[in-house]
Write a protein that binds this ligand. Structure first.
Ligand code: BGC
Length: 386
């Protein structure tokens, strides 16, 4: 949590990130629906992690790359998986893409299979960052490099690189949004706020929550923001598997105990869209006041619809095409025996040391810019959002 808080105002950051992005703008996929799980068609030998100069030839001659995704339940991972598969294939690699239904043991087995099927490199978005140590020791033993995708894999020295969005910045943008919307530096308040974040096994969740709380905590300390439920610690605000239903039931209880008597809820910090959706569902069922400010992340279709309908205030656009483009560059560099491009060598220590990382820029999204970000860029069609 030591990364510097952005000093630039939000709109400047937005414009900058829109211009700069993360990798080259992807030329390929458009956030299609999930592909079926794609087992490897042909196994390649697992003997050598570094490929030859001719590696990235067409038709899968670059070698087999295993891509392990956590679940199809959340929209973004379907997009991440599809984009990775399409872009790796375009770069000449064969792809073994697997989704693990948020089940840790399933993910471990899938990775074991990838190793025995001859994958030359593994790209892994973990379900629980702490549960892959044993299987990744096998990967290391076999000389297979590992790129942690979006979520850092903890306490394993088999992780070569990490590619993600700037998770701390996601949190600060959310916190700054609430600060600015409530005009906390000028208004008298006090304002009521509730907090919800993600899965405790996902290292990102602590960065999101930490980034936001670094902005909001001083206002809580001075009493300008009041958390009536009293639930302020990461553990109290966590949501197993980032599940919408769990978020909804926690908010049902919070609203029943604190806001059913007409007390105004002014803002909800939600770390992502699946939890924000649970909050919005709970508000629709239980809360009669004006909708509070509600943050999110991912620009999931359901949440963008809620933004258009005024039920969610903002989200963070993380263009999975750009993350895939960046990871494919990393894969290509490693497979050709080189070093992967990184832009951060200080923020992400997985318990065995700093993991060299590439951080893509997250982009603020709300009702005013969603069309430009999401439709004009081809991420969604108009019809997707109706
Ligand atoms: C990702 C978020 C996502 C969450 C739930 C996190 O690791 O960074 O984009 O909303 O997982 O899937």
């Amino acid at each position: 949590m030591k990364r510097k808080v952005l000093s630039a105002i939000l709109s400047v950051a937005m414009v900058a990130t829109m211009l700069v992005g993360c990798g080259n703008s992807a030329s390929t996929t458009e956030a299609p629906a999930a592909t079926e799980e794609a087992p490897a068609e042909e196994a390649a030998p697992a003997d050598d992690a570094a490929a030859t100069e001719e590696a990235a030839a067409p038709a899968g001659e670059g070698g087999l790359v295993g891509v392990a995704m956590p679940t199809k339940d959340l929209q973004r991972w379907n997009q991440d998986g599809s984009n990775m598969e399409a872009q790796l294939k375009e770069a000449g690699y064969e792809v073994d893409l697997q989704y693990a239904s948020n089940d840790i043991q399933t993910q471990v087995s899938q990775i074991e299979n990838m190793i025995s099927n001859g994958c030359k490199l593994l790209v892994i978005a973990s379900i629980d960052g702490d549960s892959l140590g044993t299987v990744l020791a096998q990967a290391k033993e076999a000389g297979i490099p590992v790129i942690a995708y979006d979520r850092l894999i903890m306490n394993s020295d088999a992780v070569s690189y990490y590619a993600t969005f700037d998770n701390y910045k996601v949190g600060t943008v959310q916190g700054e949004y609430i600060r600015d919307q409530l005009d906390l530096d000028n208004a008298d308040g006090p304002f009521n706020i509730e907090l919800i974040t993600g899965d405790p096994g996902d290292n990102n969740a602590r960065f999101f929550f930490g980034g936001a709380m670094d902005v909001l905590q001083p206002y809580i300390d001075e009493g300008k923001l009041v958390v009536k439920s009293g639930q302020v610690s990461f553990e109290e605000c966590a949501t197993a598997n980032w599940a919408t239903e769990a978020a909804q039931s926690r908010f049902d209880a919070i609203i029943a105990s604190n806001y059913s008597d007409g007390t105004t809820l002014d803002a909800v910090l939600a770390s992502n869209d699946s939890t924000a959706l649970g909050v919005a569902n709970s508000l629709a069922a239980n809360y009669t006041g004006e909708y509070p400010i509600l943050t999110g992340q991912d620009c999931d279709i359901a949440s963008v619809k809620n933004i258009i309908a005024g039920k969610q205030s903002m989200s963070i656009f993380k263009d999975t095409r750009d993350l895939a483009t960046q990871v494919v560059k990393m894969v290509d560099a490693i497979m050709k025996g080189g070093e992967a491009p990184v832009n951060d060598t200080e923020s992400y220590d997985n318990g065995t040391g700093i993991i060299p990382s590439y951080l893509c820029d997250p982009v603020f999204a709300d009702v005013n810019n969603y069309k430009e970000l999401l439709i004009d860029s081809g991420y969604y069609t108009e019809a997707d959002l109706q």
